[in-house]
Design a protein around this ligand. Structure first.
Ligand code: BES
Ligand code: MN
Ligand code: ZN
Length: 493
């Protein structure tokens, strides 16, 4: 079971802790509130520094058991520059959590007395602590290395009240990211379309209105494209519509659409066995949309938003869709299924058309673990961004840099669009290997009408990237912080 983490704030004076963390600047004895903590160790700064080769450089630390038994951990400050990016504070929180966890203490105070630590910076620091602390260990028996059952960190600050508001506000976004991580990490035997829909339904507690459409309703709407992906599975499809109405009732909503393939075997065009277990994460787009809705509702964002997720399982069976089959999407477009493993675009085709048709949104952004080709192109560093709208694309790129969930823009054009024409139907769902991510995006664009739209191909970023300062989980919850940042910076009154 996971260690529980509690984070509190308090003024500088006050109760001592089993472990107190202070920061020291390079070649400078601790100052201000940290100086008193240092004095309590009874040690001489110059002598200790000389003996331990500790100079307060970023990454350096000094772990002291004072004669009275109190423990003081001095960290080289590594403090972000006053004019640097806010997300440097998130990273700092992440590395702080790692240092604290390594001490195995369960009651910890951290003195933060730098002038640069604005309430917003503290909000990021706490976000970093929580994001780094996350582990998906619900299926692991307890191990000694898990540390004490609870960890309480008290941040000692000049102005705790001001920080608390920022911590709560940023914390809503963290809640969303952690939900997305949980959903992606969960195995597909536990999280099928029905179970995923039930988790989305619980957002109703936060004031999100949630509708769950079952196959009969999807059939009536004409969603032959989405439904053909689910037809090989014993588990029925779901389309979930989440609405948060925090804005002016007359304002068109922002729309987010997610690919939710709870497991992608490839279907009849079955995938090879190697790493197929990763395909439990093929619902990373839907997880990000659900996490985003949770974040926006929790922080009561003053904006109207709809989240639509298409939930299906792609399985081979006697009832599965075949290569060569022709299906009809809700838009009326006919699709030749060339490869049943190009299923994400079939799901999104109907989810996108439905969303623009029903909600007439200001814009529509979809997230999908859509193509292996985007991993070849961009690795795990950037998600692919495709858009029919330069303003939306520019804003997304900026939000990605701020949130440290980076995007790289890829092209769309009539020449690429031509490649998806089919011999027998209007379009086909798979072309050749060249430009595989772009032809997938061209396919999606056929279903957005004239809505300003962006497609984020998160196949390389939704799971399996290297650990970072703020994430050691297989699933980082990519997309929640990015889109929350987009909404905050560009679409809130
Ligand atoms: N879910 C996969 C894409 C994927 C691959 C996501 C690796 C994450 C990691 C998608 O449904 C798929 O199978 N795409 C095919 C498309 C092809 C058949 C046109 C691919 O990328 O190979
Ligand atoms: Mn596939
Ligand atoms: Zn897939």
């Amino acid at each position: 079971m996971s260690q529980t983490l509690t984070i509190r704030t308090a003024a500088f004076n006050g109760e001592p802790a089993a472990l107190t963390v202070i920061y020291a600047r390079e070649d400078q004895a601790p100052t201000g509130a940290a100086a008193a903590v240092w004095a309590s160790t009874g040690l001489d700064w110059a002598a200790s520094a000389a003996a331990g080769a500790f100079r307060g450089r970023p990454g350096q630390s000094l772990d002291i058991i004072a004669s009275g038994g109190a423990r003081v951990l001095v960290l080289g400050s590594g403090r972000p520059a006053a004019d640097g990016p806010l997300n440097a504070w998130t990273d700092r929180g992440g590395s702080l959590l790692a240092r604290i966890a390594a001490t195995r203490a369960s009651l910890v105070s951290v003195v933060i007395d730098e002038a640069e630590a604005t309430p917003q910076a503290i909000g990021e620091l706490v976000a970093g602590l929580r994001l780094r602390h996350y582990r998906f260990d619900r299926y692991k028996s307890p191990r000694p290395e898990d540390g004490p059952p609870s960890l309480t960190i008290t941040l000692k600050l000049a102005d705790p009240a001001a920080a608390n508001a920022a911590i709560a506000d940023r914390g809503a976004t963290v809640d969303g990211t952690l939900l997305a991580r949980d959903l992606v990490n969960e195995p597909a035997n536990v999280l099928g379309p029905v179970e995923f829909a039930a988790r989305a339904a619980s957002l109703a507690d936060l004031g999100v209105s949630v509708e769950i459409l079952e196959p009969e309703a999807l059939e009536k709407l004409g969603m032959g494209s989405l439904l053909c992906v689910a037809q090989g599975s014993d588990r029925p499809a779901r389309l979930v519509v989440m609405q948060w109405r925090g804005g002016n009732p007359d304002d068109a909503p922002l729309a987010f659409v997610g690919k939710g393939v709870v497991f992608d075997t490839g279907g009849i065009s079955i995938k090879p066995a190697g790493s197929m277990e990763d395909m439990k994460g093929d619902m990373g787009g839907a997880a990000a949309v659900t996490g985003l809705m949770l974040a926006l509702a929790t922080r009561k964002a003053p904006v109207n938003v709809v989240g639509v997720i298409g939930l299906v399982e792609n399985m081979p069976s006697g009832s599965a869709v075949r290569p060569g089959d022709i299906v009809k999407a809700m838009s009326g477009t006919t699709i030749e299924v060339i490869n049943t493993d190009a299923e994400g675009r079939l799901v999104l085709a109907d989810a996108l058309w439905y969303t623009q048709d029903r909600f007439k949104p200001k814009f529509m952004i979809n997230l999908a673990t859509l193509t292996g080709a985007i991993v070849v192109a961009l690795g795990h560093e950037h998600a692919g961004l495709f858009s029919n709208n330069d303003e939306l694309a520019t804003r997304l790129l900026a939000a990605g840099l701020s949130a440290n969930e980076k995007l790289w823009r890829m092209p769309l054009s009539p020449a690429y669009d031509k490649l998806i024409e089919s011999k027998f139907a209007d379009i086909r769902n798979s072309v050749g290997r060249p430009a595989g991510s772009i032809t997938a995006a061209q396919f999606l664009q056929r279903f957005v009408n004239d809505t300003p739209w962006a497609h984020l191909d998160i196949a390389g970023t939704a799971f399996g990237a290297a650990n970072t300062e703020v994430n050691t989980s297989w699933a980082p919850g990519f997309g929640v912080a990015l889109l929350d940042r987009l909404v905050r910076d560009f679409y809130q009154g």
